[in-house]
Design a protein. Structure first.
Length: 678
C-alpha cells in the first residue's frame, strides 16, 4: 500500500484500549435530511456502506435527537427506532467489519426551531426562532436521562459508539456560557456549576453503555463568541469530560452564530488545527480535529505536527467516498476534492432538502443514481468542457461509451477557470485537476481548442450528441457601454484586462460579488496566508481573549468599488444561505459601496451615471475609471437547430439549457444524470 509510506501517520492504526481504529481518518457528522425521509434508513445504509468500502476508519452519523424537544428530524428514544438503525450498522459492518460507526446524539436546545425548545435559561439565540423554555431541575434530569437512554439504544442498534455534541450553540454548550446560562442553582453561576450538565451527561452515558463502548465528546475548542469560554475553561471542561468517561475528545470551532467563517471555501485549510494541538497537550485521551481538512496530505501534516490523533472529514466524504482508498493507493490526483462551497450539502439541509454534493450528485442518492456498465456501447460527442460537459463525458466513458469531448478554449473547466481566480476560491483548481485526470482515467478523447461545428458533428457518425456549450455574458444595453473603460467579467477574470482604481461593478449576482472581491484584493494579502486571514476576521489566540475573538483587521482595499443592481432588494440576497453572509461581510469590510434600486443612465469619460430614488428621479455620477459588466448570461445553443435538422439525437445540458440561475450544481447533476441514463 503506497499510502502507508506516503502518509504514515494517516495509515497508522489507533488503539483505543477496548478497540482499534484501522486508520486516522473519520467521516465527521453531517446531517443529510435522510434521517427523517420515509425511505431514509435504506438510503443511509447504502450511503454509509459506500464510505466504509471507501476506506474510512470510523463514521459518525448525522445528528439524532434523544427526545422530541431536542428538535432534530431523526430521533432515537424507543426500541422500535433502534431496530431501524440496525439497517445502517449491519450495512457498514458488512461492508468492512473493521470500520466503526458511532451515532451522533444531537440536542439542539435553543436552536430546535420549535416552541417546545428548551435551554438552561430563556435566552433567545440571535439565530434561533423561539425563546427557549427554561428547564427546571426535573427537566434537566430528564434531558440527561434521555441522553443516556439514547446511547444505550444506539448500543442495542449495533453502533460502536456515540458522539455527544457539546458545542455550536446546542443544548450542552448553552449551559457552559454565561450569557446563555443565567441560572443561580446548582446548574449555573460558577464555572464548575455551568460545566456540570456536560459532565453529568458523559457520566450517565458511560454508566449506561459500559466500559467498552466508544464515547466521543465534541467540544468548542474556540467558540468565537463575544463573552465565550476562556481557554482555561476549555481545558478544564475537556479534562472533566475525560475523567467522566469520554474515550475521545473531538474539537470543533465556533458556535453557529459566531461572526467568523470556519468552514467556507475561503477559510485556509486546517486553519484551526493548532488550537486542537494545544488542547491535546492537556489530555490523555485521543483528540480529533476538523474544519477545512480536505486532502490526505493536509491530514498527514496535521497528524505529523502532533495537532491531533484523528482527523475528521465530513464534506470531503460526500464529495468523494473513495478518498481514503485513493490516498492509500497513491491516487491522490483522482480525488474529487471538496471545495467547501456548501451549496448542495449544508445549504440543502438548512432548506430542509436532502443533502448531496455539488461535485458528486450521487452523495445521498446512492440507491437511485447509479453509473452501471452500458448495455450497448455508443459513440457520443460532448460539446463543451465546462462542468456540465466534463461530468457528462466522464460518467459516460466510465460506463463504457466511446466519448469525444470538444472544447473551443485551450483549457478545460469553463466557468470554473474564472472562479478559481477569485481570492478565496483557490480550491476550485482542485476540481479542474480532478477532471483533467478523470478524463485520462476514463479514456475520454479530449479535443481542446477545437470548436465543434454542426457539419463535423453530423459527419462524425455519433449515436448521440450532448451540447454543453455554456453561456455568453448578457448584453445589458447600457447607453455608452462601448466606451473603452467598459469590460466584461470574462475580460477581467479570464484575460487579465487592466482595471482602474475606481470601479463600478454592474450586476450584484454571484459573479458581481466574486468580481468585487477580486478587485478589492491585493494579490498576496491573504488567502492561504493563515496569520493574515486570522487577523482579517478577528481571530486570536484563545488564551488571550475569551472565545478567541479580537477586533477584525481587514487589509486596505486595493480599489474603490461600487457594486450595483437595479432591484431594490438587498444585494447578495440570492447567495447561498451558509456563505452569503461571508461574501457580504467581506465586501463591507473592504468598504465596497453597494447600491440597489437604481437605473443606469449612461457611461462616458466622466464615469457611470445612475438614477436613484423611488421614481429614479435623482441622478448620481459615479466617477470611475472602469466599469465591469456582470449582468448575467444567455445560453449558447446555436448548434441545436442544425444538428436536429441533420437528424441527430441532441441533448442540451448546463448553461446551454438554462442560463438563468446558471450554477455548477445543476450543471454537474444534469450531466451525471444524463450520462447515467444514456
Ligand atoms: P445573476 O445571479 O443572474 O446576476 C446577474 C446580475 O445582473 C443581477 O444583479 C441583475 O440584477 C443584473 N442584471 C441582469 N440583467 C441586467 C441588465 N439587462 N442590465 C443591468 N443589470 C442586469 O448572474 P451571475 O452573477 O452571472 O451569476 C450566475 C450564477 O453563477 C448564479 O446564479 C450562481 O448560481 C453562480 N455563482 C454563484 C456564486 C456564489 O454564490 N458565490 C458566485 C459566482 C457564480 P438587476 O437585474 O437587479 O440589475
Ligand atoms: Fe463540499 Fe460543496 Fe460538495 Fe458540500 S457541496 S460536500 S461543500 S463540494
Amino acid at each position: 500500500m503506497i499510502g502507508s509510506t506516503r502518509y504514515p501517520h494517516v495509515f497508522s492504526p489507533l488503539d483505543l484500549g477496548t478497540t482499534r481504529l484501522k486508520n486516522r481518518i473519520l467521516m465527521g457528522s453531517m446531517h443529510t435530511g435522510l434521517e427523517e425521509a420515509p425511505d431514509g434508513f435504506a438510503r443511509m445504509a447504502e450511503y454509509f456502506a459506500e464510505r466504509a468500502r471507501g476506506g474510512v476508519g470510523m463514521i459518525i452519523t448525522g445528528g439524532i435527537a434523544p427526545n422530541l424537544e431536542a428538535g432534530v428530524g431523526g430521533k432515537l428514544s424507543t426500541a422500535a427506532e433502534a431496530a431501524q438503525h440496525r439497517l445502517i450498522t449491519s450495512a457498514v459492518h458488512a461492508a468492512d467489519a473493521e470500520v466503526k460507526i458511532c451515532l451522533q446524539i444531537l440536542h439542539t436546545g435553543a436552536l430546535a426551531g420549535t416552541p417546545a425548545c428548551v435551554a438552561p435559561s430563556a435566552v433567545k439565540s440571535r439565530i434561533g426562532r423561539y425563546t427557549p423554555n427554561e428547564l427546571d431541575h426535573a427537566g434537566i434530569e430528564k434531558q440527561i436521562a434521555d441522553f443516556a437512554q439514547c446511547a444505550a439504544l444506539a448500543q442495542d442498534a449495533g453502533y460502536d459508539g456515540v458522539e455527544i455534541i457539546g458545542s455550536a450553540g446546542y443544548l450542552i454548550s448553552t449551559f457552559l456560557v454565561e450569557k446563555t446560562n443565567l441560572r443561580t442553582d446548582c446548574w449555573g453561576g460558577s464555572w464548575d456549576k455551568r460545566m456540570r450538565f456536560a459532565v453529568e451527561v458523559v457520566k450517565r452515558v458511560r454508566a449506561a453503555v459500559g466500559p467498552r463502548f466508544i464515547v466521543i465528546f465534541r467540544i468548542a475548542a474556540m467558540d468565537m463568541l463575544d463573552g465565550g469560554l476562556a481557554w482555561d475553561e476549555v481545558v478544564s471542561l475537556a479534562q472533566a469530560v475525560q475523567a467522566a468517561g469520554a474515550t475521545i475528545i473531538s474539537t470543533h470551532f465556533c458556535w453557529h452564530e459566531a461572526p467568523v467563517p470556519t468552514i467556507a471555501t475561503m477559510v485556509p485549510r486546517a486553519a484551526f488545527a493548532q488550537v486542537t494541538g494545544r488542547l491535546r497537550k492537556h489530555l490523555g485521551v485521543p483528540v480529533i480535529t476538523s474544519n477545512r481538512i480536505n486532502m490526505p496530505a493536509v491530514a498527514e501534516s496535521v497528524l505529523a505536527r502532533g495537532d491531533a490523533d484523528l482527523v475528521s472529514m465530513a464534506r470531503p466524504m460526500l464529495a468523494d467516498p473513495e478518498l481514503v482508498n485513493k490516498a492509500a493507493h497513491g491516487r491522490d490526483d483522482e480525488i474529487n476534492t471538496c471545495i467547501a462551497c456548501n451549496q448542495a450539502c449544508l445549504d440543502h439541509v438548512f432548506a430542509r432538502r436532502t443533502a448531496s454534493c455539488l461535485l458528486n450528485p450521487r452523495a445521498c442518492h446512492e440507491t437511485e443514481l447509479e453509473y452501471l456498465p452500458a448495455a450497448r456501447t455508443k459513440r457520443v460527442a460532448v460539446v463543451g468542457a465546462g462542468m456540465a460537459g466534463l461530468s457528462c463525458a466522464t460518467v459516460l466513458a466510465s460506463r463504457g461509451h466511446q466519448v469525444d469531448l470538444f472544447e473551443a478554449a485551450a483549457e478545460l473547466g469553463g466557468q470554473f477557470v474564472m472562479a478559481s481566480r477569485i481570492p478565496g476560491k483557490e480550491e476550485f483548481r482542485e476540481t479542474l485537476r480532478y477532471f483533467r485526470r478523470r478524463v485520462e482515467v476514463t479514456g475520454v478523447r479530449l479535443h481542446l481548442g477545437q470548436r465543434a461545428t454542426a457539419a463535423a458533428l453530423a459527419a462524425g457518425g455519433y449515436d448521440e450528441v450532448v451540447l454543453a456549450t455554456g453561456v455568453v455574458p448578457r448584453d445589458p444595453r447600457i447607453p455608452g457601454q462601448e466606451h473603452p473603460m467598459v469590460r466584461s467579467y470574462v475580460d477581467v477574470l479570464l484575460h487579465g484586462a487592466p482595471v482602474g482604481k475606481r470601479v463600478a461593478v454592474v450586476g450584484a449576482g454571484g459573479i458581481g460579488f466574486d468580481v468585487a472581491a477580486f478587485l478589492v484584493h491585493t494579490p498576496g494579502d491573504h488567502g492561504p496566508d493563515l496569520p493574515a486571514w486570522l487577523r482579517t476576521w478577528g481571530v486570536t489566540d484563545p488564551a488571550l481573549a475569551r472565545g478567541g475573538l479580537a477586533t477584525p483587521q481587514p487589509p486596505p482595499a486595493a480599489r474603490q468599488v461600487y457594486l450595483l443592481q437595479r432591484k431594490a432588494s438587498r444585494p447578495g440576497a440570492g447567495l447561498g444561505k451558509t456563505t452569503g453572509w461571508i461574501h457580504r461581510a467581506a465586501l463591507k469590510a473592504a468598504k465596497v459601496e453597494q447600491l440597489a434600486g437604481l437605473a443606469y443612465e449612461g457611461i462616458d469619460d466622466r464615469g457611470l451615471t445612475i438614477r436613484l430614488g423611488k421614481d429614479r428621479e435623482k441622478s448620481r455620477l459615479l466617477e470611475v475609471d472602469s466599469v465591469v459588466l456582470c449582468t448575467g448570461q444567455a445560453s449558447q445553443r446555436e448548434l441545436v437547430a442544425p444538428l436536429q435538422a441533420a437528424g441527430l439525437m441532441v441533448h442540451v445540458i448546463g448553461g446551454a439549457d438554462v442560463a438563468v440561475e446558471l450554477d455548477a450544481k445543476r450543471a454537474i447533476e444534469q450531466g451525471c444524470r444524463l450520462a447515467a441514463a444514456l
